[in-house]
Write a new protein. Structure first.
Length: 318
């Protein structure tokens, strides 16, 4: 059974070192529904529903593409379009419905949204929404995977010996990965957020150690203290930045990396973009939850049940 301290450490690490996780500030005056709708229109946000529907119906879409018989293909196309409409409608109502709008209003001011609209309508904003932000939204999974690996390595130690520092990649100067690594190392607030997160992981781990020791479990207490020390002194921000850079280099062009690096150096522009990143992440999260919801499964099950009698009827008439 996994020790409690490891579960605590992993959850804290996930919560605090995601360098692209955006803080939600409480504002006195929420954005209006009308302004949010204008932003959704400018950002073409309903594309998220299209993407979600295609992902949900990937198997049906594959079958449609593979079918060569014209009549069978037409039937599959009709079914796909019907299912696509059902899924898309449900995602739209979940992501852009009244309850969702009320949630977005909790952390966005009217001025925030007006700035977001201006940026979304700009050439950079369109490129950011279409090409750059989808890559950035993949970062939490990259960070989580790397953090989990490092935590398991530290947890597995049986003595106080300290291994050599993790060898960081040294990409060729001027390469896409080198540009990405330089960008991630200088990402506004990322290093400070990482340091704060690791300090909290270590602090919570030491609290767990004290609790185990008070219960007479000195061996586990010692392991936890060893883990806390490793987290505090060995785990470096540069490791996470390098892991992120590898993925970015695979998914993003050098031109987009250069543009994003320049944008990051403008505090006002970075603050505006952060709001867009935050709400786009919220939209995607809600879309994903919508696909997994019981209501969605019920809708699709109802569609399948309605299709069966029609097939049976045709067989009987023959």
């Amino acid at each position: 059974m996994q020790p409690t301290f490891t579960k605590v450490a992993r959850s804290l690490a996930q919560a605090f070192i995601l360098t692209l996780v955006l803080s939600q500030a409480a504002h006195a005056e929420p954005a209006s529904k009308e302004s949010l709708q204008r932003y959704f229109d400018a950002a073409k946000s309903e594309r998220i529903a299209d993407t979600a529907a295609k992902a949900m119906l990937r198997n049906e879409g594959g079958a449609l593409q593979a079918e060569n018989d014209p009549k069978a293909k037409a039937k599959l196309a009709t079914r796909y379009e019907r299912l696509y409409g059902i899924v898309r409608k449900h995602v739209v109502s979940t992501v852009f419905g009244p309850k969702a709008i009320a949630d977005y209003q909790q952390y966005l001011q009217e001025a925030d949204v007006k700035d977001m609209i201006v940026m979304a309508q700009s050439p950079f904003g369109q490129n950011f929404l279409d090409k750059i932000n989808p890559v950035l939204q993949m970062q939490p999974a990259v960070v989580d995977g790397y953090v989990s690996k490092r935590i398991q390595e530290m947890k597995a130690r049986t003595d106080d010996s300290v291994p050599p520092p993790v060898a960081l990649p040294k990409p060729a100067a001027g390469s896409t990965e080198a540009l990405a690594q330089a960008m991630m190392l200088e990402w506004p607030g990322a290093r400070e957020q990482f340091t704060k997160g690791m300090a909290q992981v270590a602090e919570k781990s030491l609290e767990q150690a004290a609790s185990f020791e008070s219960q007479g479990n000195t061996d586990l207490a010692k392991r936890v203290r060893r883990f806390a020390t490793a987290i505090r002194t060995e785990f470096k921000f540069e490791e996470v930045a390098a892991a992120q850079a590898r993925m970015i280099a695979e998914e993003m062009s050098e031109a987009d990396i250069a543009t994003l690096t320049a944008e990051n150096k403008n505090p006002a522009r970075f603050a505006q973009r952060r709001n867009i990143e935050q709400i786009e992440a919220e939209l995607m999260g809600r879309a994903g939850a919508s696909l997994k919801s019981a209501e969605m499964q019920k809708l699709l099950a109802g569609e399948q049940a309605a299709a069966k009698p029609a097939k049976a009827g045709k067989a009987t008439s023959k």
